[in-house]
Write a protein that binds this ligand. Structure first.
Ligand SMILES: [Zn+2]
Ligand SMILES: [Zn+2]
Length: 584
């Protein structure tokens, strides 16, 4: 079912494959260095990840920046010494002996099936339980850099010990590493958690609970603009906006199957009048009930129910991350119920809406993945072929290149996932269009066809932004907080030079407000330059300085947040300029 997605990980191009081996090898070299400096350290796991690698250790105290420097220096030494990586296969007994003083390694071995082949990799005196693959030797690790330390629970489980995780990265060349580091620096400046605070958009509180967001007035305003636009767009594309409750009875979730296959993502039940209820992890069953509330005829179809539906899903506290990974979020969800002969048009319509929406927010680069039927699947093969064909032809007819993940679809239907590329070239999974051959069966959805017989409708789940919270985080980082004019919470800030200019500032404010612009006056008795600097930090698109000259000429002196100084301009001209800039 619709998931709110993650940053895309790994691809299979040759550079990425090499980097994967490099980083995995660097993780071993790092663990070797850590054990030399901290002989008592217990090793967790050390995999390559997207853009780098990490290794977890149990140590008596957290690593310091000085520790990282020492570890890095030892790593450089090992790289200069060009130790070869050697693979060996060993028996269980031997493995137990080899890792006798490494309890986490022993736990991993104990959890492997008896018949599993155990392999180890050695370099210099270091040995690690590992499947590989690795580069030939430490000398192949051309450029490596340790980045940070964070606490991480063993196996991501809060009930297990907290280990110290060192993150690092490795590249095939110095140059590639330097490029990456400057991108990281830029990404850090744009971190939505920092910007969220700086721009006073949202917060997360321990008192409320991890992964639960409260939206402040400015964040709430931007969100409202996003949602208003979303509703307007959906009305224009002939969707019906619906609402559904946050809880539903257990029998609903039994029928839908969620209590079988999605239980671990759902929160504990609550009791109302001796009935068991669950917080909703998805909106689908509610929209299905709307469909089922009446006999449906072929003439009524397609039905498109859209909802900004807030759902709650359990995520381990260790993976929660700002707005990107949360426990309560609002999906821009919709379910389409249609006849078989309408499938092609419906998918085409979803794609048109998708690209209109994403483009309005400034995203014009996409990558698309089509996932097809897995071995174990429900639904007729003809329905799968029909649905998959409609997804393919909708993409092809729009000239959209796509990759195919053969057999990668969910058991209940094929889907397409669309990733957007942000200003830093990072890809984010947002949109999913997913056929479902399961729920219409489970809820026995039917419509009366032209011959008067009961037929099964096709059902499509789709979310374009994915989750409003996460999309907001992506937007914030994409624009580094400098929202385009139509989204900016405060579009213009009027700065009177002295108190006697406040009256004129009010007049300008009224002229802008009446045109629908969001305007404030900074009437504090601070220096003008400080006010301008504050407004630039708040990423306000227009700063309008007003003094004697401006008041006399019905003008404003215009500054932009990127420090451009446009000079004096009649208010009429400013209104025209802002009007043009408002178009999406
Ligand atoms: Zn390894
Ligand atoms: Zn759904």
């Amino acid at each position: 079912m619709l998931d709110h997605g993650t940053l895309e990980t790994g691809t299979v191009d040759p550079t990425e494959a090499l980097r994967h081996r490099l980083r995995h090898s660097a993780a071993h070299v790092m663990a070797d260095a850590v054990l030399k400096l901290f002989p008592e350290a217990k090793m967790g796991i050390g995999p390559p990840i997207h853009d780098g690698f990490y290794y977890d250790f149990e140590v008596s105290r957290p690593f310091t920046p000085e520790d990282l420097q020492k570890i890095q220096a030892l790593m450089e030494e090992s790289i200069t010494e060009e130790h070869p990586f050697q693979r060996e296969e060993i028996g269980r007994e031997e493995a137990f002996k080899l890792f006798g003083d490494q309890p986490y390694k022993l736990e991993i071995i104990n959890n492997l099936p008896d018949e599993a082949t155990l392999s180890i990799y050695r370099h210099s005196e270091f040995v690690d339980l590992c499947q590989g693959p690795h580069v030939d030797g430490t000398g192949n690790i051309s450029a490596v850099k340790l980045l940070s330390v964070a606490g991480a629970y063993w196996r991501g489980d809060e009930k297990r010990p907290m280990l110290q995780r060192i993150y690092g990265t490795a590249f095939e060349s110095r140059e590639a590493l330097e490029n990456h580091l400057s991108r990281l620096e830029e990404a850090e400046k744009r971190d939505h958690r920092t910007l969220g605070r700086q721009l006073d958009l949202y917060t997360i509180h321990d008192e409320i609970g991890p992964g639960l967001i409260v939206w402040h007035p400015k964040g709430g305003l931007v969100r409202t603009i996003i949602e208003d636009y979303w509703r307007e767009l959906h009305k224009r594309h002939s969707y019906d906006v619906v609402y559904s409750p946050h809880i539903g009875r257990s029998n609903l979730w039994e029928t839908s199957g969620h209590l079988d296959f999605y239980r671990e993502n759902m929160y504990g039940s609550l009791e109302v009048d001796e009935q068991e209820y669950f917080l909703k992890p998805m909106n689908c069953p509610f929209h299905i009930m709307i469909y089922r509330s009446d006999l449906r005829s072929y003439r009524e179809l397609p039905l498109r129910f859209a909802e900004l539906g807030t759902v709650y899903r359990y995520e381990r506290s260790g993976v929660l991350h700002g707005l990107m990974r949360v426990r309560g979020f609002t999906q821009d969800d919709a379910h389409i119920f249609c006849r078989p002969d309408q499938v092609e048009d419906e998918i085409g319509g979803v794609l048109n809406l998708t690209f209109e929406l994403l483009r309005a927010f400034g995203f014009s680069e996409y990558s698309v993945m089509l996932s097809t039927r897995p071995e174990k699947a429900v639904g007729d093969i003809e329905m799968w072929d029909h649905a998959t064909g409609s997804l393919k032809s909708a993409l092809t007819s729009r000239g959209l290149p796509f990759q195919v993940d053969e057999g990668g679809g969910a058991f209940y239907g094929p889907k397409i996932d669309i990733m957007i590329t942000d200003a830093l070239g990072r890809r984010w999974q947002c949109t999913t269009v997913q056929f479902d051959f399961n729920l219409p069966e489970r809820f026995d959805l039917t419509f009366q066809d032209a011959e008067g017989t009961r037929s099964r409708p096709y059902m499509v789940h789709r979310a374009i932004l994915g989750s409003v919270e996460r999309f907001f985080g992506v937007l914030l980082e994409h624009y580094a907080g400098a929202f385009p004019l139509w989204l900016a919470p405060v579009q213009a800030l009027i700065i009177p030079i002295a108190d006697r200019h406040i009256e004129y500032a009010e007049k300008v404010k009224a002229q802008l407000s009446i045109k629908g612009f969001r305007v404030q006056i900074d009437a504090r008795s601070e220096r003008m330059n400080l006010k301008i600097r504050n407004a630039q930090q708040q990423k306000v698109p227009y700063m309008l300085v007003v003094g004697d000259k401006e008041a006399e000429a019905d003008a404003v002196a215009v500054r932009l947040r990127d420090e451009t100084n446009l000079g004096a301009m009649p208010v009429e001209d400013l209104l025209e300029r802002m009007g043009v800039e408002m178009s999406r």
